[in-house]
Design a protein around this ligand. Structure first.
Ligand SMILES: Nc1ncnc2c1ncn2[C@@H]1O[C@H](COP(=O)(O)OP(=O)(O)OP(=O)(O)O)[C@@H](O)[C@H]1O
Length: 343
């Protein structure tokens, strides 16, 4: 297997379900996406957007109605029997509800995929212990899975997903049942798997925080279609569609209360985004001293996105109309993004 393996391509993929006669649900419509080998790709959408269906197409748990899903060039939707099982070994999967056998010991849960592949008990056990060590759970190998905390169960789920050395890890809302601290630990573990093994990770989630902390690229899905895709940083800085804006707002609140906007509204009420060294500039003092305007700072925050610092300020600039226009031009030069604030 080369380090270039682990590529996933969706080529105009649609998927419909017909659970009953005369009833058809289109879960995915004309999806085209490429997930590069060794990257972490996030898919975000609300409940029912088609995320689980999308991820299940990658390991052949669902087949496209039209279009193709290629894993390292292999058209997964056409495979059957032994060839499908071989392809499925390239992908591991983790789930929101962990899907462990609760009354089975942790070590045996992890070794299970290898035992089902026909690997001998001793070799399967040795490999299970190796991956349990990687996820930091060696000490729980003899515990029953049902006796572990949620975060520990997800570590076991991850160990089980890694036991066949997959080139791709699929994560279906893997942190959605966990508290914020445990979520951060699981995200760090997934990042370390990506770093150390070059494993491609495809993660579906409804939480923009997870995208921010984990993914390199993101696609936003709504009603079975991709409404926007790009790098995570760019998506946070310049969300284009309303739904993407809504997701970004859950991490970087973008508004002021409407009452405040109504009170201050009109020209000069701006939201500024600053990137990396821009956040340490004496921006507002320069603005005041060079352009002679008044500046009222209404909101400021800072966050880390993909090893970049992103600062946000909402300001109200007042002065003569030509001075306010000059202030706008001055700021546009010095920040990465400026927009009017409206209710
Ligand atoms: N096996 C199935 N039979 C019939 N309809 C299905 C099936 N699987 C999914 N659907 C439908 O396809 C649409 C997308 O479902 P999917 O589970 O992929 O969405 P999701 O974004 O993962 O949502 P959630 O986060 O709530 O699981 C929904 O309307 C769902 O009812």
């Amino acid at each position: 297997m080369t380090s270039e393996s682990g590529r996933i391509e969706f080529e105009s993929v649609s998927k419909s379900f017909s659970p009953r006669k005369n009833v058809t649900t289109t879960a995915l419509h004309e999806i085209s996406l490429t997930v590069d080998p060794g990257s972490i790709f996030g898919v975000i959408g609300y409940s029912g957007a088609g995320k689980s269906t999308l991820i299940r197409l990658v390991n052949g748990l669902e087949r496209p109605s039209t279009g193709r899903v290629l894993v390292d060039g292999l058209d997964v939707g056409t495979l059957k029997g032994r060839r499908l099982r071989e392809a499925q070994k390239r992908t591991g999967m983790i789930f929101q509800q962990f899907n462990l056998l609760e009354t089975v010991k942790v070590r045996d849960n992890v070794a299970m995929p290898l035992r089902l592949d026909g690997v001998g008990a001793a070799a399967a056990r040795a490999k299970a212990e190796e991956v349990l060590d990687f996820v930091g759970l060696s000490s729980k190998a003899d515990s029953f899975a049902g006796d572990l905390s949620g975060g520990q169960k997800q570590r076991v789920g991850i160990a089980r997903a890694l036991v066949r050395n997959p080139r791709i890890l699929l994560s279906d809302e893997a942190t959605s049942a966990l508290d914020p601290t445990t979520t951060a630990q699981i995200i760090e573990l997934l990042r370390s798997i990506n770093r150390e093994y070059g494993t491609t990770i495809l993660v579906v989630t409804h939480e923009m925080d997870v995208i921010k902390d984990l993914a390199h690229r993101v696609a936003v899905v709504a009603d079975g279609t991709v409404v926007e895709q790009g790098t995570v940083l760019d998506t946070f800085l310049r969300p284009r569609s309303p739904i993407t804006r809504d997701f970004v707002t859950t991490v970087v609140p973008q508004g002021l209360p409407d009452r405040v906007i109504d009170h201050l509204g009109g020209d000069g009420l701006w939201r500024l985004l600053l990137l990396d060294e821009q956040v340490t500039q004496p921006l507002l003092s320069d603005l005041i001293s060079k352009l002679g305007v008044e500046v009222n700072m209404l909101h400021a925050d800072m966050t880390e996105i993909q090893e970049h610092t992103v600062g946000q300020m909402i300001v109200k600039v007042t002065g003569a109309p030509d001075r306010v226009a000059a202030a706008r031009a001055f700021l546009t030069e010095r920040v990465v993004h400026l927009e009017e604030v409206r209710p």
